[in-house]
Design a protein around this ligand. Structure first.
Ligand code: SAH
Ligand code: SF4
Length: 344
């Protein structure tokens, strides 16, 4: 707006209208000449929806978008009686390469730019608004490791939390990480009370080194200490995610180790039944085994819940729609070499 000689408040008007789903021509509080100029010079979104999948009787919508340069990413809207949650992607692929995760199986593509992350939220807002719903929660649990794309993720979060736009409270924004400890410390200093979710999956280094390979750089003691500092700094309870893999991390030994690691901390454990991924050598535990592990963890004195498993039908979980579409044929054009991945 400054470059166009417009007053600063025009930027706020534009952003407010955009967050409400308006096209440039529908932004009637902007002068007509400016509306035409914006229409010819800009797009309202950087994303093009290329696939859409409805599951859970229409309560879950998964969308695959193509980005500039030809890459694709997914996001998932989950509708509940009192809230609507968007699961958002922060990278094309993921360099952490957890062996049970569909996103980690393919090559790493690139970091998403902040506007590409915000556009996922704007698109979901529009879709929900058409149903008389409001986007209430955003979780960075789609494709990618958000803390490996730190600057863009933080910029997108500030945008999503901006009261003149989407206005989601930071408390309703969950950043899920495989455990980049130094960046958890940096996040604690941002002065925003996000919800932090740590993808733990194992409470002994030997097993976590395999399930979440970044553990070799930031082992459990270092990770949990960083999460504790985050909790103290922000006054927020930290969530620990635990994907249940039959015979691998669902035994009584695992429950004891988890108890020893987290007991007495301001923590909440979320158990997630494994969602089968083609080619991954893991199985979901059966229902009695899941109940048994839940009880064993509870008996350790921990706060624990079993996550509901939205979008399981038709491979609709994290990274799987994209994997399926890619398997159907050449759909994605690689634009140049992958961006370098820095972790700390
Ligand atoms: N990279 C970040 C955020 C994206 S993954 C992270 O790892 O935290 C979001 C969550 O989905 C993580 O807890 C991850 O371990 C879990 N996940 C990945 N693949 C899964 C699968 N096949 N079944 C169940 N959960 C899975
Ligand atoms: Fe990356 Fe998270 Fe998948 Fe691990 S679970 S490969 S960190 S997206």
């Amino acid at each position: 707006m400054a470059a166009r000689g417009q007053p600063e408040y025009r930027a706020r008007q534009l952003w407010r209208r955009r967050a409400a789903g308006a096209t440039f021509q529908e932004m009637l509080d902007l002068p007509a000449s400016l509306r035409s100029e914006l229409t010819t010079s800009f797009r309202v979104s950087s994303l093009t929806a290329v696939r859409r999948l409805e599951t859970d009787r229409g309560l879950t919508t998964k969308k695959l978008y193509s980005l500039d340069g030809g890459y694709t990413v997914e996001s998932v809207i989950m509708r509940y009686p009192a809230r609507s949650t968007l699961c958002i992607s922060s990278q094309v692929g993921c360099a952490i390469r957890c062996p049970f995760c569909a996103t980690g199986q393919g090559p790493f593509g690139r970091n998403l730019r902040a506007h590409e992350i915000v556009d996922q939220a704007l698109d979901a807002c529009q879709e929900l608004a058409a149903e008389g719903r409001r986007l209430s929660h955003v979780v960075f649990m789609g494709m990618g490791e958000p803390l490996a794309n730190y600057a863009a993720v933080l910029q997108s979060v500030r945008r999503i939390a901006d009261p003149t736009g989407l206005g989601l409270s930071a408390r309703r924004i969950t950043i899920s990480t495989s455990g980049l400890a130094p960046r958890i410390d940096r996040l604690a200093l941002e002065g925003m009370p996000f919800t932090l979710a740590i993808s733990l999956h194992a409470a002994r280094d030997e097993l976590r080194d395999v399930l979440v390979p970044v553990n070799r750089s930031y082992p459990l003691a270092e990770l949990v200490a960083a999460a504790e500092r985050f909790g103290r700094q922000t006054g927020r309870r930290v969530s620990y995610e635990w994907v249940l893999l039959a015979g691998v991390n669902d035994t009584e030994r695992d429950a004891h180790e988890l108890g020893a690691l987290l007991r007495g901390r301001l923590a909440h454990v979320n158990l997630i039944p494994f969602n089968p991924v083609d080619g991954a050598p893991y199985r979901e535990p059966d229902a009695p085994a899941i109940r048994r592990f839940l009880a064993q963890v509870r008996a350790q004195g921990l706060n624990v819940t079993l996550r509901d498993t939205r979008g399981r039908a038709e491979n609709a979980a994290c990274g799987q729609l994209r994997a399926r579409v890619l398997a159907q044929g050449p759909h994605e054009v690689r634009a140049g070499p992958p961006a370098p991945q820095t972790v700390a």
